[in-house]
Design a binder for this molecule. Structure first.
Ligand SMILES: [Zn+2]
Ligand SMILES: [Zn+2]
Length: 368
């Protein structure tokens, strides 16, 4: 990688050159959370940035590497300029540190039962699809084991040599808080040996990416934020296959909002309709229905259309539609309309508005 394009590690983390190890750790934590692929699915820029800050942290969190970087800059690790390069051991521990961050900072629910082999798919549904249920075809990229090397990354029959990352130990030691601990080596997957020749079919990656198509059943009444887990549809690895987690996002509707299994809808009516009563056309999920507005209906009154809501998710029966009547006051009047309203107002006098009358009585009692 050409070092001319590389940003300064301190700038990447946003810390001063004299920053303490604690400050560097805090800064990395912030950057890592912001750019983490879990938080930015399908965002290549975020993924790149995540890799850059992780590399910066791998160097600056290690006293020895930091000293070399301070003296020589990126050349310290650039093999083309006599540097040492990086190997997997340089990043040992970063995964562990991240897991720790993610658990306490993301507030990740079910972090314990989510494995790195799992995949996430964000599925956006219309209000109606979520309400009535549907079946949606989805496509996503998934890794399957290479059939030639069966995931071992090695060309079948190749000679085995000592793994350079762990020097044949099969494990890598790292510091976690006060404790020195170890985990299996990523490079050789704990075997301590590596094949000399990489698999020719998958170029030593052990897996191949394939576009997977499948159909996801959406149960009626599914809620925004719901997660459907399709077991065995995640990444295929030599140590098992992960799950696919489909995260449901429900789009908002122009007329309806939702409260559990109930649907709420505001319906504007005119003052004469509210006073005289009227037949209203009201939208429901299944089409328009007619609703009788009784004479003398107050603004804000809620009418319940039984069974016109959503199926109760994970339960029985259906919710209701709640129709809230809003009396709309004309914002502009013609001369003729004004004249008629003024006449109506005189004609109604005080007796026509008992609520207003009670209010005025109380008001007088309060200050007399
Ligand atoms: Zn292969
Ligand atoms: Zn190894």
């Amino acid at each position: 990688m050409p070092s001319a394009e590389k940003s300064d590690y301190y700038e990447l983390l946003g810390v001063a050159r004299a920053a303490t190890p604690d400050e560097i750790k805090r800064a990395y934590k912030q950057q890592a959370l912001k750019h983490h692929p879990d938080k930015n699915p399908d965002d290549k820029d975020a993924e790149e940035q995540f890799k850059r800050v992780s590399e910066a942290y791998a160097v600056l969190s290690d006293a020895d590497k930091r000293r070399r970087y301070d003296q020589l800059g990126h050349a310290a690790f650039d093999p083309a300029r006599g540097g040492t390069g990086f190997d997997a051991a340089d990043f040992a521990g970063i995964g562990e540190i991240l897991e720790g961050f993610l658990d306490d900072m993301f507030g990740r629910r079910g972090a314990a039962n989510r494995s790195p082999k799992d995949l996430r798919y964000n599925l956006e549904l219309s209000f109606e699809e979520a309400a009535l249920g549907s079946e949606r075809p989805i496509e996503y990229e998934r890794h399957e084991l290479c059939t030639h090397c069966k995931g071992t990354r090695a060309e079948p029959g190749a000679t085995q040599v000592e793994c350079p990352a762990c020097r044949g130990r099969g494990e890598v030691r790292f510091q976690r808080g006060f404790f020195a601990t170890s985990r299996p080596c990523f490079t050789c997957e704990g075997n301590g040996v590596r094949a000399e020749a990489r698999c020719t079919r998958c170029a030593g990656r052990g897996s191949v990416a394939r576009v997977q198509s499948l159909s996801v059943k959406i149960p009626a009444g599914v809620e925004d934020g719901a997660v459907r887990t399709l077991s065995g549809m995640g990444e295929e690895t030599p140590v098992g296959t992960g799950d696919l987690h489909v995260h449901v996002k429900v789009k908002s509707h122009s007329l309806f909002t939702r409260e559990g299994a109930d649907i709420l809808c505001d319906v504007p009516v005119s003052f004469p309709q509210a006073a005289l009563g009227a037949n209203l056309e009201v939208p429901t999920l299944e089409g328009k229905v007619s609703m009788r507005l009784p004479p003398g209906t107050q603004s804000g009154k809620v009418f319940r259309l039984r069974g016109k809501g959503l199926p109760v998710f994970g339960g029985y029966g259906k919710g209701d539609e709640l129709v809230k009547v809003i009396v709309e006051v004309p914002a502009q009047l013609t001369a003729r309309q004004r004249e008629l309203l003024e006449e109506l107002s005189r004609e109604m006098g005080e007796g026509a508005h008992p609520q207003q009358q009670t209010f005025l009585d109380k008001l007088r009692g309060l200050f007399d």
